[in-house]
Design a protein. Structure first.
Length: 256
């Protein structure tokens, strides 16, 4: 446990030294929250578009923010691999799972801090637009964000392990775009229906957004919250185990 804590602390410091982490992980999601709220205010009420209402937008922006946590996870792992830092660390008694947890824990702390700040910003915005959010709903959303955060961090670990520090950001950018679109952040997949809804339901991004939106609204019915949360948690577990297995394979290959 001491080894994991020391490695996680090192990664935490590395992230805090990078000013881009503050811009993309903390600043950019909240800027998007404000911008999309202004867009929502400009849409006529008779159109009936509610996707950008603050009670829907808040959970969606939380998921959007997590995609950048994925990006920085991938960059951190890829840089450590390309700079031979991990190759030197392989000589230590740390296992592959120790390394994975050492990356996952600080990133999870950043993800929860990000979700909390987005929740606070959402509450301020909700007061300004006259549709106040529940404190309980926001806090529940922060807790609900844990499986989604683990999923995206695991995805970042996988990309960082498989790709170098130049390819990993590009691959993450593709996932950010697909996750934002197919995750129902910028459009209502349920209302759209058809092929897009079928595709969205085949991917975990949709369930990440669905569970967080339900949490913000305190809509804890089985399908809206628990089913989506269960699918997200299952995907998070599978992704973490897959990332650990791939990392272990790379570790053994590079030590050979």
């Amino acid at each position: 446990m001491h080894k994991i804590r020391a490695f996680a602390l090192r990664n935490w410091k590395e992230i805090l030294r990078d000013p881009l982490s503050y811009i993309f992980c903390l600043g950019f999601p909240m800027v998007m929250l404000v911008i999309m709220t202004l867009v929502d205010r400009s849409i006529p009420a008779q159109v009936g578009m509610t996707i950008f209402h603050i009670e829907n937008l808040s959970g969606g922006i939380m998921v959007f923010g997590l995609t950048f946590v994925m990006l920085f996870t991938a960059i951190t792992v890829a840089k450590d691999r390309s700079g031979a830092f991990l190759l030197r660390m392989y000589a230590s008694p740390m296992t592959a799972m120790d390394f994975v947890l050492g990356y996952l824990l600080p990133m999870l702390c950043i993800a929860l801090l990000q979700a909390l700040l987005i929740g606070i910003c959402s509450m301020v915005v909700s007061l300004l637009v006259g549709n106040a959010l529940s404190i309980s709903g926001v806090l529940l959303a922060v807790v609900t964000a844990i499986p989604s955060a683990v999923f995206f961090i695991g995805l970042g670990l996988l990309f960082g392990t498989l790709c170098n520090d130049k390819a990993a950001p590009g691959l993450c950018s593709i996932v950010i775009s697909l996750g934002s679109f197919l995750g129902s952040i910028w459009f209502d997949a349920e209302a759209t229906g058809g092929v897009l809804l079928k595709i969205s339901r085949c991917l975990p991004f949709h369930y990440c957004t669905k569970s967080l939106r339900a949490a913000v609204q305190l809509n804890l019915t089985g399908e809206a919250y628990w089913a989506a949360l269960g699918i997200t948690a299952a995907c998070a577990l599978v992704m973490t185990l897959l990332a650990a297995a791939v990392f272990r394979g790379k570790m053994r290959a590079e030590m050979a």
